[in-house]
Design a protein around this ligand. Sequence first.
Ligand SMILES: [Zn+2]
Length: 340
Amino acid sequence: MIIDCHAHFTSEPKAVLDLRAAQIKASSNEEPWPTRNDLNVSDDEIRTGIDAMQLKTQRARGIDRTIFSPRASAMGHHLTDEKLSLEWTQISNELIYRISRLYPNDFVPVCQLPQVAGIRPGNCVRELERCVNELGFIGCNLNPDPSGGYFNSPALTDPWWYPVFEKMCELDVPAMLHVSGCCNPSQYTTSSYYLNGDTTAFVQLIMSDLFSKFPTLKLIIPHGGGAIPYHWGRLRGIAFMNQRSELEEIMGSNIFVDTCVYHQPGIDFLVDVVPRDNILFASELWGAVKGIDPNTGRDFDDTKYYIENSPNLTVEDRRKIFEGNARRVFSRLSRYIGKN
Ligand SMILES: [Zn+2]
């Protein structure tokens, strides 16, 4: 089975995008903003976008299940206050829930959280609990930089974040550490900012004892782990200088990276450097990087092809990356796909 652990709902009906734009505009003018009651989206409208984009590509590539969450760049934790962040988060999560019910054999739901820049993320616990216990979600996206590009929250290893980690451990769900849209004009959201977020999160984790406090906590660093594979030697050396363990030991059964790396040499490098037990297959369909690589004639984001053609992977390695590791990380996935 091929399980893609990282994809977002990027084919939203226009009404969803319009509602969010109206919310942000009203909020910034300190006017009443539209709520879920102002959104009227039919199942057919949802299907139109999913069928034409996400599902079409997923099926063409032979991906059996996709772990699916709201559009990450639209979470916008830096844009509004706590009340509106919760409203938008619940609207977004309920759309994902509907998709998981409309396509029970294709999509498995993961939620966003109602984080707000400057507010302790304990405010996210109730929504996480609701999504997991009431709506069947199997994980969450946790934004390590709710400021949207200024990295001015406490490090992920600070007790500031513990209420979310405690609830994740209690529910046995992982988080993908995924930033949202960038409001810092010096960074480009889906390249420099995303990769900075990934790399920053990893370094915070390896310099701490977080996993001795939360031994069952599981965190996924997306986009191939940012700079982790390429700078493994630097990070390993800095860990040694600070009396830390080998990176493999620190990652253990707590830190994972995905395969959203969009060229063959990058994937080959990733699987040679990062422990293969800690790599989860993902493409970030649909539309993080659109288009065909003129050098290969293939879609940039066709990561399944790169994994299948990476020369040093064994059959067993591929089985782990495509399926086995995802089953270990997302313990609740078996409710959707059975136990083997
Ligand atoms: Zn993403």
